[in-house]
Write a protein that binds this ligand. Structure first.
Ligand code: MN
Ligand code: MN
Length: 456
């Protein structure tokens, strides 16, 4: 066969493209800087809501009050219980409805309701982990304390300790190698258990003669600095997150290391593309809470609030909500796993997200034969594929890992069950759910271009 003929036939084959070879590196890197700044101030869903509201106000969005009428041209944000945010733009009458749904909660260590205790000269906070974590990864890393405490009189105290250079950080110990003979024989899963995830908070006694004097000294500090008493922990939501800033990784600075890429790496591009939107479509951008524990609760994707707002939008157009939902289109914007050559055996390379090859679409997620997955239709994927082609979006497809290696889910199924066309689209992540995850700057930029094209 001639070379010419071979080359012609070779064009029939599907190949992934590296985003860095297509887009302007300056654009990719400058978007990454803005994303890093966002990450550093949005470590919890509550913080993400506040920061995003401030951004939205600058773009002329105003607060939506529950139950109120929606009118054509409205640019609104709805704060649901301080932990979930819905941005929406009401387009022209009966305009296409485009939905992007991501989440702003990330795996972490929550404080128990009665967390403070003293043990052999040290004082600790007892934690209960939130979301799927590998427990051993959370020892010996600097931790910051975030959250809110409500005093008996209802007054709120905001916490963010460990982010500023002058702040103390918090810490979970691990055994020294010299005494780990028994621990080393355990499985990775059992080497560090939930019972070991006790966070050091203090070791100076209030008074040498007093029992539990170290715990009392911690309480004294909490009272002096925050005006709280121990009982106030009962009505608090405090958590430990890594006290680490987003940083470039690699000599070429191609990756970003940070806590909480899952799922801020999709939320941030969704927010920016929505705020910058100027067309006639109706846009709904959901920043959900509780995805990491199954999208439960009234701030999770299963909450009725989403349907409530859809109904109000249908009312504005004078259409039946079932028609609006039937015609609406959604991208479930969540991360997927990036192929990791160091652990190649759990991936199937042809169907894995490859770093820097763009935002990744997952037709289905789930586990054990697509169980519990939204299996998006060929018709809908074809629509999205055409949009991306027309707008020069570099994208790829991805499955979470090889068949039966494990699995996971996203918010997609909770939207699809409302009869809304939905497919998963998100950034491939290395070391997902670790205290410090990694993504490619190229992929977060591609994600931004994908959302822009989708809502256009
Ligand atoms: Mn996620
Ligand atoms: Mn996750």
């Amino acid at each position: 066969m001639s070379n010419e003929k071979y080359n012609e036939i070779e064009k029939l084959a599907y190949k992934k493209q590296n985003v860095f070879s297509v887009y302007d590196k300056t654009d990719v890197f400058s978007f990454a800087e803005k994303y890093k700044s966002y990450l550093n101030i949005t470590k919890t869903e509550r913080e993400a809501v506040k920061v995003t509201v401030d951004m939205a106000k600058k773009y002329g969005f105003s607060e939506y009050k529950i139950g109120s009428k929606i009118s054509i041209g409205d640019k609104k944000y709805f704060i649901n219980k301080n932990k979930q945010l819905i941005l929406f733009i009401k387009g022209k009458k009966n305009a296409p409805v485009k939905i992007v749904a991501s989440h702003i909660d990330s795996p972490r260590l929550d404080l128990k309701q009665n967390p403070l205790y003293e043990d052999n000269g040290l004082s600790f906070f007892k934690t209960h982990y939130y979301g799927g974590i590998k427990k051993y990864q959370w020892t010996t890393v600097p931790l910051a304390l975030h959250g809110i405490v409500y005093k008996e009189n209802g007054e709120a105290i905001d916490f963010s300790v460990g982010e500023s250079e002058s702040d103390p950080i918090f810490y979970i110990t691990d055994l020294l190698p010299h005494l780990s003979r028994e621990q080393n024989e355990k499985t990775l899963k059992n080497g560090i258990t939930a019972d070991n995830l006790n966070v050091f908070v203090g070791s100076i006694p209030l008074d040498e003669d007093l029992k539990k004097a170290i715990k009392l000294n911690v309480l004294k500090i909490l009272n002096t600095q925050y005006g709280m008493v121990e009982e106030d922990f009962l009505s608090a939501e405090l958590c430990f997150v890594p006290a680490l800033k987003a940083r470039d990784i690699g000599l070429d600075r191609s990756l970003i290391g940070a806590y909480g890429h899952d799922d801020k790496v999709c939320s941030y591009p969704a927010i920016v593309s929505t705020l910058e939107y100027t067309g006639d479509n109706t846009i709904i951008t959901i920043l959900a809470d509780k995805e990491e524990i199954g999208s439960e609760g009234n701030t999770g994707m299963q909450s009725g609030i989403f349907v409530d707002i859809l109904n109000k939008i249908a009312e504005a157009d004078g259409v039946d909500p079932s028609i609006l939902r039937y015609n609406a289109e959604c991208l479930s914007a969540d991360v997927t796993s990036a192929f990791d050559p160091n652990y190649a055996s759990v991936y199937e390379k042809n169907n894995s997200g490859i770093i820097s090859c763009g935002v990744a679409m997952s037709k289905y997620t789930g586990s054990g034969g697509k169980s519990s997955s939204n299996d998006a239709s060929a018709e809908y994927i074809s629509k999205i594929r055409k949009i991306f082609k027309e707008n020069n979006v570099i994208w790829q497809t991805a499955e979470l890992g090889k068949t039966d290696a494990g699995g996971g889910g996203t918010v997609a199924k909770y939207i699809a069950r409302l009869n809304i066309d939905t497919v998963d689209l998100g950034v491939p992540v290395l070391s997902m759910h670790a205290p410090y995850e990694a993504i490619s700057k190229a992929d977060v930029y591609s994600c931004y271009l994908a959302f822009k094209a989708f809502i256009k």
